[in-house]
Design a protein around this ligand. Structure first.
Ligand code: 9MR
Length: 456
């Protein structure tokens, strides 16, 4: 597939300039503000830095690399989300019709959930990487097989997937803005909405995404997708997010952020789902600009890079954040700095203290619930009070007969009755007024009372 084309760099204001001019303005208005140092503790890993603004930072993972200790060390240290690079695709999960294999997908899910990482699911339906038996099908037989595949895979992973790429790469490249020809498309133009409806029924708690490439700016292809999403929203087809793969070359379209924003304005989340950038003079700068674009769009909920080290990439042009020896590259530092620059309080609301934050701060928590007959997924938001906090524990009481079966971005103690969820390594620190989210799934009926939050 092609890498994104672009319309060149646009002038931009460097963040340091913004900070300095705000500081100067503040000094004129209130000289006393200069007495209190405004430095915030910089997070030292990508996941922790992203979590400060409630976002995730993920990596595509290959199950067979998890036994490589250098790979696993970087993955576990830096990332709080994963996606299976190939292991949840149709050819991997349903090699024979009706015969499912989740072994390698499970290895990735288990690795992630035991470490509090969330999981993106990739991908339920795609014209590529279909098993041979599906490639040879057409018409209603293929449509039925495809919908059955969506139902079975999304049901199997119900409650474990943060966001599913329900349909991948269904739009054509070039200027048509229309659908790509494929065996799936030939089953009828409504195959995409049928897939989204089936996915919603199978896993009501997962966010359902459409995912594509060469959509890194306002162009014919992204506009075709935009029109589909607008139509879905108008007709009540369940869609929650669009993934922008962002396989990038040496330049970035000047309207990259504007494109994310126009999708967000449709009332969906946007996610950067497969980021990698050709190594060259601009690699670090393009990584930084993509990160800042996501941070500037409230509904851009996370970034995933398509691999860990350059040697793990599907590309040969060293497009990732870690080199072949596992060292952090300049692009890594640019991403981390960008994430840290807007994590925590904004420059107009400086933190009251320098690091480490004092103990004794307060927090509150609220639960939003997706329930179905016999199960639920709860998303819990932890909000720090007027002081920064270093850690938190949220206690939630489940109705009798209900039980927690999986947790992400938190460590659960107990599984029935009153369950205590505590922060994991990368999301304990929450700046004053800031928030972070964790989630859990369970069987039975979801909690209805108000959770308590204890800060440390
Ligand atoms: O990185 C994946 C590579 O290992 C596979 O061989 C390839 C098969 O088509 O798919 C790659 O991942 C793709 C992803 O699933 C969808 N978007 C483009 C990615 C890179 O080709």
């Amino acid at each position: 597939m092609n890498l994104s084309s672009n319309t060149g760099d646009s002038p931009r204001i460097r963040p340091r300039t913004v900070l300095l001019s705000l500081a100067a303005g503040a000094a004129l208005l209130a000289p006393i503000a200069l007495i209190a140092p405004a430095a915030n503790a910089a997070a030292t890993t990508l996941g922790a830095a992203a979590a400060q603004s409630g976002r995730y930072f993920g990596a595509a993972v290959a199950a067979n690399r998890l036994s490589d200790s250098q790979y696993a060390t970087i993955l576990n240290r830096e990332f709080n989300s994963v996606v299976a690079e190939n292991e949840m695709k149709w050819d991997a999960t349903e090699p024979q019709q009706g015969v499912f294999n989740f072994t390698n997908g499970d290895r990735i899910v288990n690795h992630a959930s035991s470490r509090g990482m969330s999981v993106r699911g990739h991908a339920l339906l795609w014209h590529a990487q279909q098993p041979g038996w599906a490639q040879n099908m057409s018409g209603s037989a293929l449509r039925n097989a495809a919908i059955n595949h969506v139902t079975r895979v999304a049901s199997y992973y119900r409650g474990k997937i943060h966001s599913w790429d329900v349909v991948n790469e269904a739009f054509a490249d070039g200027g048509s803005g229309g659908r790509r020809d494929s065996n799936l498309q030939r089953t009828g133009n409504d195959w995409i909405e049928a897939a989204f409806r089936a996915a919603r029924a199978a896993d009501p708690g997962a966010k359902l995404c459409y995912n594509d490439y060469n959509t890194d700016g306002i162009n014919a292809k992204s506009t075709g997708i935009y029109n589909m999403v607008r139509d879905f929203k108008a007709r009540g087809v369940p869609i929650d997010c669009v993934g922008f793969q962002s396989h990038l070359g040496t330049t970035l379209a000047s309207d990259y952020q504007a494109n994310l924003q126009r999708f967000a304005d449709l009332g969906i989340d946007v996610q950067i789902t497969e980021l990698d950038v050709e190594q060259g003079g601009n690699q670090a700068s393009i990584y930084e600009r993509v990160t800042r674009a996501c941070l500037a769009v409230t509904r851009c909920t996370g970034i995933t890079v398509w691999g860990v080290r350059d040697s793990d990439s599907w590309r040969s042009d060293n497009p990732l954040l870690f080199d072949r020896s596992g060292n952090k590259k300049a692009a890594y530092n640019s991403v981390l700095n960008a994430l840290n620059s807007v994590s925590g309080p904004t420059p107009t609301n400086p933190p009251p203290t320098t690091t480490p934050p004092p103990t004794g701060g307060a927090c509150t928590a609220s639960v939003s619930l997706n329930s179905w007959n016999g199960g639920f997924v709860a998303t819990v938001r932890v909000v720090a009070g007027s002081s920064a906090i270093r850690g938190w524990t949220v206690r939630i009481t489940l109705p009798s007969g209900s039980a927690v079966t999986g947790t992400w971005n938190a460590q659960a103690s107990g599984g029935t009755g009153t369950v205590a969820f505590s922060n994991v390594s990368y999301n304990g620190q929450v700046s004053a007024g800031g928030n972070t989210e964790f989630g859990f799934q369970g069987t039975g009926v979801g909690p209805s009372g108000t959770p308590t939050c204890t800060a440390s």
